[in-house]
Design a protein around this ligand. Sequence first.
Ligand code: CTP
Length: 368
Amino acid sequence: MSVRAILTEGGRHFVTALSIGSLTGDKVYQELFDLTTEAEMGHIALSRSADLVVVAPATADLIAKLASGLAPDLASTALLATDKPVLLAPAMNVRMWNHAATQRNVAALMADGIHVVGPNDGEMACGEFGPGRMAEPDEIADRIASLLGAETLLSGFKALVTAGPTHEPIDPVRFIANRSSGKQGYAIASALAQAGANTVLVSGPVELAPPPGVKLVKVETARQMWSACEVELPADIAVCSAAVADWRPVNAANAKLKKRDAVPNIALTENPDILAGLARHGAKRPSLVIGFAAETDDLIANAKAKLASKGCDWIIANDVSTGIMGANRNRVHLLSASGTDSWPEMSKTDVATRLVARIAEKLGKHAA
Ligand code: CTP
């Protein structure tokens, strides 16, 4: 594998071009309008010359530039111009990482399909402790390997993912919904597509950009979600991450309910259970059906019960009492007939990547 490095102005305060170049065995690119660089390889060609672009460490400043589409120097220009996958390994002070602006920027970049590894919790150069420490080089190397090797891992497989909440109308202006952001499901659809699966994402109303390379089917209600899923069968893999409303009003009013009238008594009826429906579909059952269990109490016991009652193969259990709905990180447990595998807290993108690696393994595919 050959590595070509771009050294930023900030990076030059820590390492020299000479030391980086002696490791890569190649020229180290530094300036946007360097005449020799432009004569040898224009900055646009440089941005396309690799299979993957890795930013390690990714500073708050670089992340902000990339999230806003700014390109004042060679590194940010290459990142904006590249048509290849991008992996960021953020490293910064814990408060800078936790700052709303950084979190907003990272969320926007992840929604754009940019990969993020870390940061990890730990002691930092500034003496503070918390998330902000760059992922270990081994973790970054693993991620690079899975991103490069993953591209064809699931080619030939069709994947169906549900995500987001559903909206169940009460009248033309009101509906029953929940706090699901859709981030985990979108990350899973994105990871499946990147692994080469023909991926269909059936999504309830969310504020997220469509993941690249995914067929997005937008729906509002549970019944629409079920119909959209059925149309997409047969599929090899189904991942039901949507927070489907369990109940809908029996009769949605055609006109807005008025306050001056009596407090409405809204009769509810049960919605179709999409996960159970797919898991018990008979001939068209996907060979691997994965559900989620969003629980606030007795996480593992409830998730085990759900694994049995829904008839699916795996359940990803997560504790939703801890504010993970809408957050960028998740702590999940993978339950299957062979037991429970508890994963450490990680970004939702990392959960998705890890899940896709497990799916590929289950389907007999292994990363190179
Ligand atoms: N699910 C579904 N259709 C429904 C309800 C849930 O496909 N009508 C799926 C979810 O996408 C998730 C799993 O079932 O994969 C579990 O969802 P969850 O909300 O945790 O459980 P429920 O079945 O709704 O049960 P409860 O709310 O009582 O915990």
